[in-house]
Design a protein around this ligand. Structure first.
Ligand code: NAD
Length: 341
């Protein structure tokens, strides 16, 4: 077993602290060859409390690609937890998908969490299910397993979409056209909230089975949600989908969705603005999940959770207003308010 604090050392041919995305408190590596586990945990900022953020089980082409992902995602978690107004910092874990996920592997990951002694608290993410977090919880207190965060994330995004439509179109959701990419835990719940409020919803998933079971007549499966003519496009699948090519195919006036890191790079934000598209940054509106996950830890009741989810949209609306007033993007309106780095 290898357990190493690699924050200021050369590991796998790269000095962690020389990485362009590094401005972290700690980065740890853990390997348990017996169970095929290789994992990284990045703790970005614990000023407000322990770093929290999910664990991603994913195939990476190289160690550096994994390191880059965990550094960026953990920083994003600090921002998201600020957006959610909860007393936690940001952190993230990745498990390199090189071997089949097994109970032994998850148990060993729990040991990794125990070694950090609460500096980082994990949760589910891509490749790690709610069932997995429940299993890991048997071996460590340092993972949230109380709820599936997806529906909470969907609710925060739903309120934010409602606020954005009201702000940019002076209208409610009835008859508004919303196109959703991804019919997973977040996208599908969001689709039902929107259709129940009278919106016409288009939805796409690369896994067509996920859209076949939809019964609402206001939710219409499409082949490509990104190019669908609509009032608002909600990316709820993968990151990096807004790039120099794809933004010219958009037929919407607003983008607001749950997927993390939707912009392939920061210049896309300005380009969207020049195209007349209002981009509401993911980090501003997809923090409902952490509100759901930390509710028991923070002893919050259902009413408090509901008001926290509404507050996500209220904060988003404040930044939409600043952006409009100062003729800038919402991301620029957020400026340095979120995070120093
Ligand atoms: P999920 O895995 O349940 O669903 C994602 C869905 O997207 C899957 O059904 C998948 O088949 C589909 N998909 C993948 N690539 C696609 C593509 N190119 N086009 C269309 N569909 C595609 O994940 P989720 O929990 O719903 O999360 C969705 C996104 O939101 C992810 O980017 C996630 O990181 C982000 N996010 C989720 C939460 C949460 O609470 N679950 C919180 C914050 C951010």
């Amino acid at each position: 077993m290898i357990y190493k604090d690699i924050t200021h050392t050369i590991f796998s041919d790269i000095e962690t602290s020389s990485h362009s995305d590094f401005n972290h408190e700690k980065v740890f590596y853990y390997e348990d060859a017996k169970v095929g586990l290789k994992s990284l945990i990045a703790v970005h900022d614990t000023t407000k409390g322990p770093g929290i953020g999910g664990c991603r089980y994913k195939a990476y082409r190289s160690y550096v690609e994994g390191l880059t992902d965990v550094l960026r995602l953990s920083k994003g978690m600090t921002e998201k937890n600020i957006a959610a107004n909860i007393p936690f910092g940001g952190g993230k874990a990745i498990i390199f998908l090189e071997n089949r996920k097994s109970k032994k592997m998850l148990e060993s990951f729990a040991n990794f969490l125990n070694l950090l002694d609460g500096m980082y608290i994990s949760a589910q993410d891509i490749g790690i299910s709610h069932e997995d977090t429940k299993f890991i919880r048997k071996f460590t207190p340092y993972i949230f397993d109380n709820v599936d965060p997806g529906p909470y994330t969907a609710k925060g995004i739903f309120y934010s979409i409602e606020a954005a439509i009201k702000f940019y179109y002076q209208s409610d959701l009835v008859g508004r056209k919303i196109s959703i990419q991804g019919a997973g835990s977040v996208g599908l719940k969001l689709a039902y909230h929107l259709s129940n409020s009278g919106a016409i919803v288009y939805i796409q998933d690369i896994d067509t089975k996920k859209v076949q079971s939809i019964t609402s007549k206001n939710i219409i499966p499409v082949k490509n949600a990104l190019i669908q003519e609509c009032d608002l496009f909600a990316p709820c699948a993968v990151g990096g989908i807004l790039n120099d090519t794809s933004i010219n195919e958009l037929k919407c006036k607003i983008i607001a969705g749950g997927a993390n890191n939707q912009l392939s790079n920061k210049t896309i934000d300005t380009k969207l603005y020049q195209l007349g598209i209002n981009y509401i940054p993911d980090v501003l509106i997809n923090s409902g999940g952490v509100i759901g996950l930390t509710q028991d830890y923070l002893n919050k009741n259902d009413l408090e959770i509901e008001s926290d989810l509404v507050a996500i949209a209220d904060r988003a609306l404040e930044y939409m207003k600043i952006a409009k007033k100062e003729s800038k993007t919402v991301l620029d309106a957020m400026g340095g308010l979120f995070f120093k780095g």
